[in-house]
Write a protein that binds this ligand. Structure first.
Ligand SMILES: [Zn+2]
Length: 149
């Protein structure tokens, strides 16, 4: 036996037990399920987004909805990581890497002591603050980890 949370067209939610998932599909298909509150025969599983999971069998309503959310979050995290990697690749291609000398190089460029160019490197919070105080414009970006690390 399995239990489903069901919902009628008027948003009345109720529990119903079925021998198995196929039994639910058969009964709802045949219009045998009736809302105990209003008598509506327009019944579907509750707590699921419309058009999702209707054809899937053997899933209780609540765990299916929860699983869907977890997958979505994982995909979004993957997308964000991909975007960060893209950003990193662009910076690596178009800028000179100056390592820990970033603050020094940025100052030279700012004061015209060297050719203006894009650079990237590491800087401490202290140096970053000092640069900002001097009016040197730069950005700090989250750095995507290496693919294989
Ligand atoms: Zn109802």
């Amino acid at each position: 036996m399995i239990v489903f949370n069901l919902q009628c067209r008027n948003s009345h939610v109720f529990e119903a037990w079925f021998r198995d998932s196929a039994s639910y599909d058969r009964q709802v298909g045949a219009g045998e399920l009736v809302c105990p509150t209003c008598g509506s025969r327009k019944i579907e599983k509750a707590l699921m987004a419309p058009h999702l999971g209707k054809s899937k069998k053997g899933e209780a309503a609540i765990p299916a909805a929860a699983n869907k959310k977890a997958v979505m979050e994982t995909q979004e995290a993957g997308e964000a990581m991909k975007a960060l990697r893209g950003l990193r690749e662009k910076i690596e291609k178009s800028c000179d890497y100056v390592g820990p000398n970033f603050a020094e190089e940025a100052r030279k460029i700012h004061y015209g002591e060297t050719d203006p160019r894009g650079i990237y490197g590491e800087t401490s919070d202290q140096d970053a603050k000092a640069l900002k105080d001097e009016g040197v414009s730069f950005g700090r970006v989250p750095w995507a980890p290496d693919r294989d690390s």
